[in-house]
Design a protein around this ligand. Structure first.
Ligand SMILES: Cc1ncc(C[n+]2csc(CCOP(=O)(O)OP(=O)(O)O)c2C)c(N)n1
Length: 383
């Protein structure tokens, strides 16, 4: 058995200082120790998939992240682990508990995952090793994980058995005090013909400062952004639908740069918990744009339920500082300029028309390159 502080101290000396995740009773001392530690940042995620995206954003912004989860939450991570971590080759340390370990008494809901946790990680090509359960194993386990992460440029998991960490870490967590926010939605809708996605993206490119980062959600959004302009401060998120805003949060919390995320209505609806985490952590430099065409445009135009969803009011209710809704390019541009001039986080709900230009291509720069040049940009700024 080890003490949480021993592990956290050894990890901190290797640079791990940004933690995220969703609790598990096996993890209680480690999470409580992280939350209570003066030199560590812990961002509680609403889902384990969100935690992967947060860790990815933090890595892009130069941090050494750790994501913690129960192995049942590994299910929630599989999509971003396979379609974000792998194509973009983003390493972070994953601490995953082993509920349902065969031969140990546990709850019925852990039986299947307990039997397949290691095989599942192997199948999705995430290297894994045992979490250290004796003090003398901490440094070797961390050193090996760091080496695996460096060599493979992938997340590496340490699998924690029951009783590995002593349950004696007190929790020192101030109560959450929601921050100030506008009372009213800035409604700029006029009811005329809706703009194309491309019109709004052109408006973003015209107004966004050169030192800002821009992250585009999966599908045609990133493809259209790439077609309009390919810049090192652009991140075209292929796959990991719903994760763009969480990844942008991981970036915004770890850089002073303005961070603009271009989301889709389908993607935003897929992981609406992300909005609660953004509202609670409230980075002033985050601008969350939802390009709402009412459909899953990238996969053939199937309707989403966004026509009945007021993303702006939902954002204010979650703790965003301001929110606006627009349905034409001028209204969007004015709302975007206002957002850039004020502390956020801001939600800009842009109601747009479905469709994209004929013959739309795909980014020719690889995800691997996109991640490296984006990370370099965040570190040093525009050329
Ligand atoms: C987890 C996951 N589910 C489904 C898909 C397939 N997919 C790719 S883009 C897309 C539609 C996204 O819709 P929206 O966010 O509204 O953006 P739009 O395509 O309208 O620009 C879907 C369903 C995926 N990439 N990942």
């Amino acid at each position: 058995m080890i003490r949480a502080r021993e592990f956290l101290g050894a990890a901190l000396s290797r640079g791990f200082d940004f933690y995220t995740g969703v609790p598990c009773s096996f993890l209680t001392p480690l999470i409580n120790g992280t939350i209570s530690h003066q030199e560590l940042r812990y961002v509680g995620a609403t889902s384990e998939g969100e935690a992967v995206a947060l860790a990815t954003g933090a890595w892009l912004a130069g941090r050494q992240p750790v994501a913690m989860c129960q192995n049942s939450g590994l299910g929630n991570m599989i999509n971003p682990l396979t379609s974000l971590s792998h194509p973009f080759r983003v390493p972070f340390l994953l601490v995953c508990t082993w509920r349902g370990q065969p031969g140990l008494k546990d709850e019925p809901q852990h039986e299947v995952m307990g039997g397949v946790t290691h095989d599942l990680l192997t199948t999705i090509r995430v290297p894994h090793r045992p979490f250290p359960d004796r003090p003398e194993l901490i440094e070797p386990a961390l050193d090996e994980a760091v080496k695996l992460m460096a060599d493979g440029e992938l997340p590496t998991a340490l699998i924690m058995r029951k009783g590995a960490v002593a349950q004696d870490e007190p929790l020192d967590q101030p109560p959450y005090a929601p921050g100030p926010r506008d009372t009213a939605l800035d409604d700029r809708t006029r009811g005329g013909p809706r703009p194309a996605r491309r019109d709004v993206l052109e408006s973003v490119l015209a107004e966004v400062p050169p030192e800002a980062a821009v992250i585009a959600t999966t599908g045609k959004c990133g493809r259209e952004l790439f077609a309009l302009a390919d810049r090192e401060q652009h991140f075209y998120q292929v796959g990991s639908m719903g994760c763009a805003s969480a990844m942008a949060l991981g970036v915004a919390l770890n850089t002073p740069r303005t961070t603009v995320v271009l989301d889709g209505d389908g993607a935003a609806l897929m992981k609406m918990g992300n909005m609660a985490t953004i509202g609670a952590t409230a980075p002033p430099n985050l601008v969350h744009v939802i390009l709402d065409n009412g459909v899953h445009d990238s996969t053939g135009g199937q309707a989403t339920v966004s026509a009945g969803v007021e993303f702006g009011r939902a954002a204010l209710a979650c703790g965003y500082r301001s929110a606006a809704v627009s349905d034409d390019t001028d209204g969007f541009a004015a709302a975007f300029r206002t957002a850039l001039a004020r502390p956020g986080p801001h939600l800009l709900h842009a109601r747009i028309a479905p469709g994209s230009p004929p013959g739309l291509g795909r980014p020719t720069v690889t995800p691997y390159e996109v991640a490296r040049r984006f990370r370099h940009f965040l570190a040093v700024g525009p050329r």
